[in-house]
Design a protein around this ligand. Sequence first.
Ligand code: SF4
Length: 425
Amino acid sequence: MNEADALRAAALLESAGYQPTADAQAASLLLLNTCVVRQQAEDKIHSRLRYVADLKRKNPEIVVALMGCLMGRNPRQKQAVEQHYPFVDLFLPPSDLSPLRSFLGSPASARMPGDAESEALPLPASRSGQTIVAYLPVVLGCSHACTYCVIPYRRGREQSRPAEDILAEARALTERGVRELILLGQIVDRYGLDRPGEIRLPELLRRIADLPALHRVRFLTSHPNWVTEELIETVADTPKLTPYFEIPVQAGSDAILSAMRRGYTAAEYEALLARIRQRLPSAGISTDMIVGFPGERAEDFDASLALMERVNPDMIRIAKYSPRPLTYSARHLPDNVPEEEKERRRVALERQLRRTLTAKNAPLKGRMVEILVEAVEKNGRRYGRTPDYKPVFIDHSNATPGALVQARITWAGPFSLIAEENRSS
Ligand code: SF4
């Protein structure tokens, strides 16, 4: 979501005549997009801000803009950040570009957290050359309130965008060459539930998939309780919807899942993945895990290892628990797993993942896969992804970004693949 916000901010700046530079000292405007989902991310921002403060001291003409979850949407939080960083000129809440628009003298107000007039939405800029894959936020904020999560406090309550805006933006993106759209929401499956009369995610996905220029459509992130049979059927029946699900589980122990207030058990999660794989045997499934949550005993962590071994996901994003301000766990649950033990659990889970993915991907060698080419690497290799979201480097290919190619896997590692294009295909 942060990347989607940052690309929109970049697009707005480019439309006002700004050009990107890799040299911060040469910039006339510096915009920092911030993440506070973990302490480590927040520490990084504070250190960057010290550097930016120094630049601003040397050159007071630089405009400094601070955006995202450090600010949040709560006026008191915003005030605290403003007081703490007096050298910052512009403060932008998450997904809200209106302060930047006003600064640039743009006539329209930003629409993202609000509504309609989609032509006012700046469309994502491309990092390098043409953007083939673009994020499209469809649900902003979250109202779930898992006990460890700061997002509801910083990104506000759940808010679905109007389908007509999303479709207009999707159309505009395809006109700019985008060939894959990734619909975003903290619980993307809940799309439309907060807007009476609005269509739901399966219908939204079908309508977006109808856009002729698009090759692929994905959506993330799902919550285990909100992945419906209709959604699974829609993915199975709509060729452009990729067989890929991001469904964070966070823990394998029911005691920890309950303390996190996730709202499901490990067995229910396992049953959901079994249902998806029964209908879509080729589905790629990735998940998130937190290690070292307050009260996580050795046997709870063993349950996480065992669950991951059983469900064998295609990727796990592993995070060490860190208490986040205002959250229930920070206020009421002692952070009682020592840092070394958190690190030991993280490494153990990562090792297991490497081992299981090595075994899982090995049989792919020799197989033909369809790849959407996203970029040309410096060494001439093409880079893209399979429908189930595995990253692939393609040797000896002349394919242009945006092309769908058939390629044979020549090497399969745990986290990426190498392929040769089949020119006769
Ligand atoms: S569902 Fe996701 S975004 Fe929402 S509170 Fe839970 S972890 Fe945070």
